[in-house]
Design a protein around this ligand. Structure first.
Ligand SMILES: N[C@@H](CCC(=O)N[C@@H](CS)C(=O)NCC(=O)O)C(=O)O
Length: 318
């Protein structure tokens, strides 16, 4: 685990000392948008027109943020238009790597050993964390964007005229409600499990774990008489919640000590998770081996011996 400082890799764990035991996530730095006509998107510069074969995606199958992007790529049928690299599940002293492991897909750009080389390839003085997902422009040889919430919005529509599958996960009439639920789910659940697991003070942990379960209780209620979070149709809000929920009992319950209840104890949330898991193309984006290997083996401050648990067994059938 580490970061780049002026282009130099440093092996360092997250700093929670300066924040009173709290994990504070940094903003992603590459924020350009692929658009239908190459005009600038909501942030960044123009010049990234949607074209088949021009863009490449780096992901980790373990990562819930990268998995959102992989999921939308599958749901929109973009596999033949946007190529893919998958990193090794273990993120250790060199960060994400392309070392051999079942499921790893190597880097086509510079045959990098480490993902941080892709970051310094486009910016030799980059300072910051080296995260997945990364959306790369093979034509301009640069990173377009490394923020999953942006990338899923571009995939939702930018390739529609080039043969992407039907389906709009951010329809105009539901945008306000989707934004509102995202603003609740992100701090309390998506990032809430990380704030719980990475807390280095008891009182911070307790505050965060209670937040996570208060939020799960609320969502359980919300799903009492509906199948999806917003407008009773499957939207981006569900995609963003799902990639955290599918990891919940396998890693967040044990490894991150989010253990007041298991997800299987919530009838509505558990059925909802299974419903989405069984949608066309979704289960292929979920790899429990990479998920468990990553968290339990990479975070040696939390689990120093790197023992990866065998359970729990999950029945994800409908
Ligand atoms: N806000 C980013 C977060 C991405 C992120 O933190 N990814 C994790 C993997 S789950 C990562 O690569 N972490 C490496 C690090 O923090 O050094 C997004 O949503 O794309």
């Amino acid at each position: 685990m580490g970061l780049l400082v002026d282009g130099n890799w440093q092996d360092k764990w997250y700093d929670t000392k300066s924040t009173g035991g709290r994990f504070v996530r940094k903003e992603s730095q590459f924020r350009n948008w692929i658009t239908k006509d190459g005009q600038a998107g909501p942030s960044g510069e123009a010049g990234f027109k949607a074209e088949k074969g021009r863009y490449h995606l780096y992901i980790s199958l373990a990562c819930p943020w990268a998995s959102r992007v992989l999921m939308v790529r599958a749901l929109k049928g973009l596999e033949d238009m946007i190529s893919l690299s998958i990193v090794h599940p273990h993120m250790l002293e060199n960060g994400w790597t392309f070392a051999d492991y079942p499921g790893v897909i190597k880097d086509p750009v510079i045959d990098a050993d480490y993902l941080h080389q892709i970051y310094t390839h486009v910016d030799p003085h980059y300072t910051g964390r080296v995260t997945v997902p990364v959306l790369y422009d093979l034509e301009k040889d640069t990173i377009v964007n490394n923020e999953s919430s942006d990338i899923i919005r571009m995939f939702n529509e930018a390739f529609d005229d080039l043969g992407a599958k039907d389906g709009n996960f951010y329809p105009e009439e539901l945008q306000a409600e989707i934004d509102e639920i995202n603003d609740y789910v992100y701090p309390n659940i998506n990032n809430g499990v990380y704030k719980t697991g990475f807390a280095t003070k008891q009182e911070v942990y307790e505050e965060e774990v209670n937040n996570v379960f208060t939020a799960l209780d609320k969502l359980e209620e919300r799903l009492e008489d509906k199948d999806y979070l917003v407008g009773n149709q499957f939207t981006e809000a569900d995609i963003r919640l799902f990639t955290t929920l599918i990891r919940f009992d396998k890693v967040y319950f044990g490894h991150f000590k989010c253990n007041i209840r298991q997800l299987v104890d919530y009838p509505n949330l558990w059925e909802y998770t299974r419903r989405i898991y069984n949608m066309d193309g979704v289960k292929e984006t979920v790899n429990f081996d990479h998920i468990q290997q990553h968290y339990y083996y990479s975070h040696d401050t939390i689990n120093p011996n790197g023992i990866v648990p065998v359970g729990p067994e999950l029945d994800l059938s409908l």
